[in-house]
Design a protein around this ligand. Structure first.
Ligand code: PLP
Length: 374
């Protein structure tokens, strides 16, 4: 085992983040502090073009409080792609609602408009109109969000964008997470912008932003004493997180550029192998949070184990949520594309701080694996 392990994704932190955190500690005010957080929120709004941003404890918290603020509760149906991290679906269960799983397309590896229509039709035949559709911009690759929005708009169903992995991703000139009723980011420790656990909600709907803010602060009524009429959450972001987040957002364009160079490196390195490195679609800009490699056969597990044995943290793609014991009792309409991807896809180290030497080691590891082909 080489002595230098190559991680899947580590953040790039420097003096700016150190200074920002030190200033908050020196001030003695760790928050959450409305005035302080609103600076971070303005930065997010300016960067994304979203009218409102609410800084929260995590992406999971953002989706949970959003579903509550949208009035989604027990027995309601919410459409979720089966190819995603558990946290796209678990807040649906927190609310006592029913996730309805559907499939992705192989073009973008995100929610398939065709499958979405079929799922909505199947539900409509049973007299069910979902309360929301959640589209994910997986691995930072933009979902076909305009096509999805046309479908949800035509049927009067609110669209939520899980842009947890897509900070810095654009579709045309617009930022991922700003197309639907609301979107959200994650700033957890393996994302492109990190705040050591954190997230943000984006929306153009002022009332919705106000309700999310209200519910996230224990639903405390505007009175000089503590008074509550609704059940709330403790989801506001602390000042330390917001300070680090501000420093990170200021260097975000550089971080995206670094990650795009990593994608270009892999693209070139694997050009002679029988693999497909998944690219952004025309007129979009992916942040290439993780690079997804599609293999010619079902050898993803063997490749992941081969790279892991060389100290390279490659990973499997998501195991389909609808096949997990936690979710297998909920409806699934699809063709098992996510399961096929699970057997044929792997994600490669993609952190913005990867060195040329580390990238060369990953490329060498993949080449070695394919010796049998070339
Ligand atoms: C697709 C997706 N959705 C939701 C989340 C949840 O975000 P967080 O870890 O900030 O709760 C994550 C990140 O972990 C994610 O990758």
């Amino acid at each position: 085992m080489p002595d230098t392990y190559i991680p899947l994704h580590e953040p790039l932190l420097g003096r700016e983040e150190e200074r920002a955190a030190a200033e908050v500690i020196a001030s003695g005010k760790l928050g959450p502090d409305k005035a302080f957080n609103s600076r971070f929120e303005r930065l997010i709004s300016d960067y994304t073009g979203s009218s409102h941003a609410v800084a929260l404890q995590s992406g999971t918290a953002a989706l949970h409080v959003l579903l509550d603020a949208m009035g989604i509760g027990p027995g309601d149906h919410v459409i979720v792609p089966t190819h995603t991290f558990v946290a796209t679906a678990s807040p649906v269960l927190y609310r006592g609602a029913v996730p309805v799983f559907t499939e992705i397309e192989t073009d973008t590896f995100n929610l398939s408009p065709r499958h979405l229509v079929r799922t909505l039709d199947r539900l409509a035949r049973k007299g069910i109109k979902p309360k929301a559709v959640i589209a994910v911009h997986m691995y930072g690759l933009p979902a076909p969000i305009r096509e999805i929005k046309e479908i949800t708009d035509a049927r009067g169903i609110p669209l939520i964008e899980d842009a947890a992995e897509a900070v810095g991703t654009r579709i045309g000139k617009r930022h991922a997470g700003t197309f639907g009723k609301a979107g959200f980011f994650s700033f957890n420790a393996n994302k492109i912008v990190v705040t050591s656990g954190g997230g943000a909600l984006l929306t153009a709907d002022e009332d919705l932003a106000r309700t999310v803010r209200f519910l996230s602060g224990h639903a405390r009524e505007d009175k000089p004493y503590y008074f509550h009429t609704r059940l709330g959450y403790n989801y506001h972001m602390g000042n330390l997180q917001a300070a680090v987040g501000m420093a990170q957002f200021r260097k975000l364009e550089d971080l995206v550029e670094r990650k795009r160079r990593i994608h270009a490196f892999y693209k070139q390195a694997f050009s002679e192998l029988p693999v497909r490195l998944i690219d952004e679609r025309p007129d979009t800009r992916s942040n290439y949070w993780l690079n997804l490699l599609l293999l010619p056969d079902e050898s993803a597990d063997a490749l992941v184990r081969h790279l892991q044995s060389r100290g390279i943290d490659a990973r499997h793609t998501w195991y389909p949520l609808h096949r997990m014991p936690l979710f297998d009792k909920y409806p699934y309409f699809g063709d098992e594309e996510t399961f096929r991807l699970f057997t044929r896809g792997a994600v490669l180290p993609s952190g913005p701080g990867l060195t040329e030497n580390q990238l060369a080691r990953v490329a060498e590891g993949v080449y070695d694996f394919f010796k049998k082909y070339v």
